[in-house]
Ligand binder design. Structure first.
Ligand code: ASP
Length: 321
């Protein structure tokens, strides 16, 4: 291939029977993000730039659990985690518990580029952001800017279910299946120079405790890029950390010589349990695997082959259109 790209918008999806208008909205949003990444790669841009462009677009779209519209912690605050990794150098940067940075993925990229410290948490990450005043990619917002009525509702449902909040009128908490609490966005890309990159950004799980860190900013769990494969995960973060999911996929490829498809499938369907989540993985030859063990996973991919033909699609449930 000349270049390739895959993205996800989380494994916590709508249900197949949900409002078709909402489903169409998600598909349009996935296409818009895909477009951002393909235009970078098609014009000879780097996999790093493609990942950043895609994830920023998904962060800014309130439909997805990252940036604006992020899932809220138990106190109603958006605490954001993000990661960036360059497969060609294996440098990485991650931030956790960020509360005022509009696009945490860009902050993670700057951390990576410093090449000094890999992971910055909470107040330290905010202080680091304070130093980036001349960088137009780092915009600051009050935490309330991230909060949408839909996520507030989801949090209230969780609080009612846990008996923390009482509701005057009984309302169904149908939005409250396991999946509705999840979501993350991520991108993996291979550029025309053969370099792989991965980026992930998330609000984490609805109703998480203050300070809880998920898998997204843990290199080898929710995010990984090497010279062989780039991976971004979504799902129950504790499970992805427990099994070092991204590293497990790359190790199976390296040590067992499995294809990216077989390795990713094995980890998602044999190592993890049903409804744990999914991942996107892209190898150095442009092969893409998008397995998930949930009802659906917001996802998309695009590829340009050496002969000039191309392929792309977005999907939520079984088929990719
Ligand atoms: N993996 C994320 C976390 O646990 C959430 C998700 O992908 O749904 O923070």
């Amino acid at each position: 291939v000349q270049w390739a790209l895959a993205l996800h918008g989380g494994a916590g999806t709508l249900d197949k029977t949900d409002d078709p208008i909402m489903i169409a909205k998600y598909e349009a949003a996935l296409r818009a993000a895909l477009e951002k990444g393909t235009s970078v790669l098609a014009s000879g841009g780097s996999s790093l730039d493609a990942c950043e462009a895609v994830v920023r677009e998904l962060e800014d779209n309130e439909l997805f659990n990252a940036g604006k519209g992020a899932a809220l912690n138990i106190e109603g605050v958006a605490e954001l985690d993000a990661a960036f990794m360059d497969g060609s150098t294996t440098h990485y940067g991650t931030v956790t518990g960020v509360t005022t940075v509009r696009n945490p993925v860009s902050l993670a990229r700057i951390v990576m580029q410093q090449r000094k410290f890999g992971m910055l948490a909470g107040a330290g990450a905010e202080a680091f952001a304070n130093e980036q005043t001349s960088n137009p990619q780092i915009k600051r917002v009050p935490n309330a800017w991230f909060v949408t009525p839909r996520r507030r509702q989801m949090l209230d449902d969780v609080l009612v279910e846990r008996g923390i909040l009482k509701r005057a009128t009984q309302r169904s908490t149908a939005t409250l299946d396991h999946a509705a609490r999840m979501g993350t966005v991520g991108c993996v890309a291979l550029d025309s120079k053969g370099n792989l990159a991965a980026a992930t950004s998330t609000g984490g799980l609805t109703g998480k405790l203050v300070g809880r860190v998920g898998d997204a900013p843990i290199i080898g769990a929710g995010t990984l890029a090497t010279s062989d494969v780039a991976i971004s995960c979504t799902g129950s973060g504790e499970q992805f950390i427990r099994f070092s999911v991204a590293r497990a996929v790359s190790e199976r490829m390296q040590l067992l010589h499995e294809s990216v498809h077989d390795a990713a499938k094995h980890v998602i369907f044999s190592t993890l349990a049903k409804d744990d989540g999914g991942l996107i993985a892209l190898d150095a030859r442009g092969e893409i695997a998008l397995p998930y063990n949930t009802v659906g996973m917001y996802r998309g991919f695009a590829k340009k082959f050496a002969d000039g033909t191309s392929q792309s699609g977005v999907g939520i449930f079984e088929e990719v259109k």
